[in-house]
Design a protein around this ligand. Structure first.
Ligand code: CA
Length: 223
């Protein structure tokens, strides 16, 4: 699987990278939190050191959790109970205190993958067509029809709609949509999300197709 290694210590990063490669994993290394946020797309697993030069690792973890459910093991020199609890509360799947044995890290990664039911081969295949009332969203052909008539959405409008349609009823946070479609959860263009949602509602003629949950995000309406 593809592992994002967030670690500013060059020597430790190199040793861990070699051990992971020996297990058949590909490692992408980030030495800083802003690199980690830039590189996180498509990762199957994240190993996160808490002591980073530009941002506290726990803050990074909270940001990551707003947009991703990727399994995370926190690695740190801090062994105090408060930090451990904070790490787990911030969304870490497990926790290792330095120094640790690499065999132990690999065993814990396997355990987290088993627990989260992941295989490392990516998410389950999505259904091909999602229907809400008269609206049909064909995810593979990237086509939208209303009562059988095609609707011309822009690429990004379709991407927003497809993200919501992949799991109807699931609420997607603004940050999660911005991250998935624009590649940046904290983009200054967050206004354009509202514009795109309005565009989808207007073009389909179904204002209720996408529900706005104030302060939470958006979800696709259910039949
Ligand atoms: Ca460090």
């Amino acid at each position: 699987m593809q592992v994002l290694l967030v670690e500013d210590d060059d020597r430790l990063a190199e040793v861990l990278g070699q051990a992971l490669a020996a297990r058949g994993h590909r490692t992408v290394r980030a030495g800083r939190a802003d690199d980690a946020l830039r590189l996180k797309q498509g990762m199957d697993f994240v190993l996160l050191d808490l002591g980073l030069p530009d941002l506290d690792g726990l803050q990074l973890l909270r940001r990551l959790r707003k947009v991703s459910a990727v399994p995370v093991i926190v690695i740190t020199a801090r062994s105090d109970e408060g930090t451990v609890l904070q790490g787990l509360r911030s969304g870490a799947d497990d926790y290792l205190v330095k120094p640790f044995r690499i065999e132990e890290l690999l065993a814990r990664m396997d355990a987290v993958m088993r627990r989260t039911g992941r295989t490392g081969s990516g998410p389950a295949p999505a259904p091909q067509t999602v229907r809400v009332g008269d609206v049909a969203v064909d995810l593979r052909a990237r086509e939208v029809t209303v009562a059988g008539r095609p609707v011309a959405l822009t690429r990004r409008e379709f991407d927003v709609l497809a993200l919501l349609a992949r799991e109807p009823g699931v609420v997607r946070a603004r940050e999660e949509i911005l991250d998935a479609v624009w590649g940046d959860a904290y983009l200054a263009v967050s206004r354009s999300l509202d514009v795109h949602i309005a565009g989808i509602r207007a073009k389909t003629g179904c204002p209720g197709l996408i529900r706005t949950l104030r302060g939470t995000g958006y979800r696709l309406a259910e039949d």
